[in-house]
Design a binder for this molecule. Sequence first.
Ligand code: PMP
Length: 446
Amino acid sequence: VLPQIPPCDFKPQPYQVRGLYLRVTYYKKPVFINQGYMQWLWDVDGRRYLDLFAGVATVICCHKQLRRLWHTTAIYVYPQMQEYAEKLACLLPDPLKVVYFTNSGSEANDLAVLMARLYTGNFDVITLRGSYHGGSPQATGLTSNADYKYPIPSSMGCHNTMCPDVFRGLWGGSHCRDSPVQTIRECSCSPGHCQANDMYIRELKEMFATTVPNRIAAFFAEPIQGVGGAVQFPKNYLKDTYQLVREKGGICIADEVQTGFGRTGSHFWGFQGHNVLPDMVTMAKGIANGFPMGAVVTTAEIARSFGKGVHFNTFGGNPLACAVASSVLDTIKEDKMQENSTEVGTYMMTELAKLRDKYEIIGDVRGKGLQIGVEMVKDKASRDPLPPEAMAEIFEDTKDMGVLIGKGGLYGQTFRIKPPMCITKDDADFFLAVFTQAVQNYMERR
Ligand code: PMP
């Protein structure tokens, strides 16, 4: 008996598919989405799916602004822009109060690199292996995952240090991360002191001694790696790293494209969960619920060094984008999305951890709020990644039973769960039933 999809009253409009060429990226056959409502998506054949991978906040309406004004920000400024910048800055701690708007996360990260270089007078930038920071030539240099690289030079001066991955990394440390669930393997750290963290910091120091000219412009990190597979770091890693980076003249940049806007539940921004204060924060994706929008927020001091040249972005922060982003902030607050992230996310992770204890191929369950990773392995002893064909079987099976999830990690070995933040506990139960069935089916076939 297949898990039963929860009821939903919304009726999508029919859509007649014409002859089209679509590039297939994720599924064997493209999932051709016709319409969406809250956490639900309908394909062109009228099939309904629970969307666990949109990574956007919720669904909101902005028709009013569409009729009123949608124009360039290269020449004019608008009340919507000022009002939204103020509203956003209020959600960030001092002195992060200067806001720049872009149309995407890649653009935001490009701008962050430019500002860091101008402010510090240094050139080199360090990111973590496994990270994804965007697809522009500059951001591809920051990104450290071969699947997103091309055999052409991408951005000089970008270096990637070892990722402090407490599950797959060399030095363990799994009990020293901030998650409602812990890994199976005991880690040998004493409370409050993570030995793995010491090793990763040592590695970073070695990088300073060998790879960069003793001074750097910036260190970039996502508070929880997204595309990298919801990778979490030992608790003090970012704190210790920020200190080292500042000693080397660099600024610290938090890429909150995935972790921002309450997704991690306990905090509105992912960096707050690490007890650090970055010099710059970049954001996109959920900022405007899927409408193209990004932002860089920094300090007045850093922003001043940027004032010498002319910089503009034709549509970055246009009135429509700002109106949408503003409604998103209201919705997150009014509908208690952040609280919902903690509640449903923690429930999902706790239940997933039970599956991990039951199935040999579920190696790790981790994350915070609704930023969840389920790392699949051949077996728990080796921790070798579950091969792509096996991942694809479980992935397709999950989709066929009506749930869309994501995949990530350096070897494509981690299922990623990043649903719209309006997801309910009933949805979580439906997903858990489907995922259990898909894993069970795979175990019986292999
Ligand atoms: N940073 C992170 C952490 C991301 O996950 C992404 C997109 N996956 C980006 C930056 C780039 O954002 P965009 O696709 O809007 O350019």
